[in-house]
Design a protein around this ligand. Structure first.
Ligand code: AKG
Ligand code: FE2
Length: 224
């Protein structure tokens, strides 16, 4: 099992556009991008401060599946989540940043991304999210997954990596992403099974999904 060379995005500069262009290019060429330092540090800090003021009951046990298929399943995932609605300044700043990324991806990849939903996730020591796909071909309108990490000073033996299965069919090539502060991952939701390995310490991230509009008469999807 070998990991491919990582194409690392430029890690400095206040302008997001070079990061967005690199992400679009990587997604076009291979379906995913891993971008250390892509989430601007002031935004990381605002989000970390926001995490500290969310009351304990602001987090809920994460579930699996959508709408009426939504179930809690502790064998699949054991993290807790808090949806980002844009009520806080940090939440709004995050949604603005994601909206700019969405526009850049639409411009460069013509994906027709239409809406975005995202939540904070907290994995306590030992928590996990087993191998899964974020969307299933044919039914899903989740097109592109986005994960941003909010962990300072993550050490190699802290664990908690995102394990991506790059080609499930053939050689079983995988890639481990360290959940370090500011690292952003985007990938085609239907294409890449992935899992979160248990960590030794608290692990914070934001997981989000860009969706296309699959509304038909009488059924509004994405639900609002
Ligand atoms: O936190 C991560 O690294 C990935 C989380 C994930 O796969 C999900 O929430 O669907
Ligand atoms: Fe996922």
């Amino acid at each position: 099992m070998t990991a491919p060379d990582l194409l690392v995005c430029p890690a400095s500069g206040s302008d997001d556009e070079p990061f967005f262009a690199q992400m679009a290019d990587d997604v076009r060429r291979r379906g995913y991008a891993v971008c250390p330092g892509a989430l601007p540090l002031p935004l990381c800090e605002a989000l970390l401060a926001q995490l500290q003021v969310i009351p304990a009951d602001g987090f809920e046990r994460a579930g699996v599946g959508r709408e009426h298929n939504h179930t809690l399943n502790r064998f699949v995932r054991s993290d807790e989540i808090c949806w980002i609605t844009g009520e806080s300044a940090a939440g709004r700043e995050w949604l603005d940043w994601s909206a700019r990324l969405q526009r850049a991806l639409n411009r460069q990849l013509l994906l027709g991304l239409f809406s975005f939903e995202s939540h904070f996730a907290h994995y306590g020591p030992g928590d996990f999210y087993r191998k899964h796909l974020d969307a299933f071909r044919g039914q899903a309108n989740r097109v592109l997954s986005l994960v941003a990490y909010l962990n300072r000073g993550w050490q190699p033996d802290d664990g908690g990596e995102l394990l991506m299965y790059l080609d499930d069919e053939a050689q079983g090539e995988t890639l481990k992403v360290v959940p370090a502060l500011g690292t952003v991952v985007v990938f085609l939701s239907e294409e890449f099974p992935h899992e979160v390995l248990p960590a030794q310490r608290d692990r914070y991230s934001i997981a989000g999904w860009f969706r296309v509009n699959t509304s038909t008469a009488g059924r509004v999807d994405p639900p609002r």
